[in-house]
Design a protein. Structure first.
Length: 348
């Protein structure tokens, strides 16, 4: 990679900068003093917007990051002898350094899936342990929407998992670090794919959708949120200068910024996928449906170092030489065409 590196790359939507409208929102609230820790008007307005989008009874808590949102959200609804069922590819399973296990005390039961999505048939065999003191007791099904593999659960799939969970005295947790991308893909409102589908607790992502940092833990049943203010503080996720997270969420959710940015990132990913598929000789093949802002593709091993000299991206699976290419709110068509032109020249 050159010293300066490319202006934009495909490694992660976290590698993108902050959306200019969010920068402006932060600037606009950077005047005077307001009460710290969330007892301010900006936070009250942001919470109101969450209630508009997710349902009037939701309880919302802002935290610094996604790992904290997942870990603390799960902690609020579990006991240490219980278990959280998730996909093997789930961020909580592979990318949170064991934080969910450490802070909840729960075992994660990670199930293999071809596309990052859990299916009810996989959950069914796990419930026979209920009531058996020798086994951890499954209490939560945790899914990612969109998934870490760039796929999206349909509304029917969400409802089926929620129905199964509730029928078995379990709760449905959603890691929605990319919920906006999923909603954009499904052309659905945020409520339709959460409250209406039977979700109990949600981590709602802001960072990947153009915020500087900040995520929200949303409880659809206020009773589940009863102890969360203590859990958040003890879990070191109570932001003192809360107004700066709140102002970002206010800007994201007051108009269509959340959907506009996610729709754009998804469209760029589809364009990237289409262009990669056109590379002659069948040298590049997609491994997953492109339903959000990520593209997964097999690129022959010998070409990857050459591409990585100019563009930063991750090899997802060394075993099959699969790479992950992520698009963001600021990815442009030119970025895609320049990258694909390099791919064409490299694999020729
Ligand atoms: C699916 C998913 N969940 C949660 C997160 C949040 O992680 P962080 O703790 O880095 O904000 C990420 C970030 O990559 C993610 O991809």
């Amino acid at each position: 990679m050159s010293k300066k590196g490319p202006r934009r790359s495909f490694a992660s939507d976290n590698n993108a900068g902050v959306h200019p409208e969010i920068v402006e929102a932060i600037r606009a609230v950077n005047e005077g003093h307001v009460i710290a820790y969330g007892d301010d008007d900006i936070t009250a307005r942001a919470v109101k917007l969450f209630r508009k989008h997710f349902g009037k009874d939701v309880e919302v808590f802002f935290v610094f990051g996604g790992t904290g949102a997942n870990t603390l959200g799960l902690k609020a609804i579990t006991k240490p002898y219980q278990a959280v069922i998730c996909a093997e590819t789930a961020h909580i399973n592979v990318d949170e350094c064991g934080a969910p296990e450490k802070f909840t005390g729960c075992k994660l039961i990670a199930l293999q899936t071809p596309d990052g999505k859990l299916r009810v048939e996989q959950l069914e065999p796990l419930v026979h342990v209920f009531g058996n003191e020798h086994h951890v007791q499954p209490r939560v099904v945790s899914i990612s929407q969109a998934t870490e593999m760039g796929t999206v659960y349909s509304k029917q799939e969400l409802k089926a998992i929620a129905k199964f969970a509730h029928a078995n005295n379990m709760l449905l947790h959603v890691d929605g670090a990319r919920l906006a991308n999923a909603a954009a893909n499904l052309n659905a409102s945020l409520k339709e794919i959460t409250a209406d589908a039977g979700v109990d607790v949600l981590s709602f992502g802001g960072t990947k959708n153009g915020m500087i940092y900040g995520e929200a833990v949303v409880f659809f049943d206020p009773k589940l949120a009863r102890d969360f203010k203590y859990i958040r503080k003890q879990g070191m996720h109570l932001p003192s200068k809360m107004r700066f997270i709140s102002a970002q969420f206010e800007t994201l959710l007051s108009g269509d910024l959340w959907r506009r940015s996610a729709t754009h990132a998804n469209r760029m990913a589809r364009l990237l996928a289409t262009e990669l598929e056109k590379v002659p000789g069948g040298k590049i093949s997609l491994t997953q449906k492109v339903e959000a802002n990520g593209v997964f593709a097999v690129v022959p091993k010998q070409f990857i170092p050459q591409l990585q000299k100019k563009y930063f991206f991750y090899v997802w699976s060394e075993a099959i030489s699969e790479v992950r290419l992520m698009c963001s709110f600021d990815t442009t068509e030119e970025d895609i065409h320049e990258f694909v032109a390099l791919v064409r020249r490299t694999v020729k």
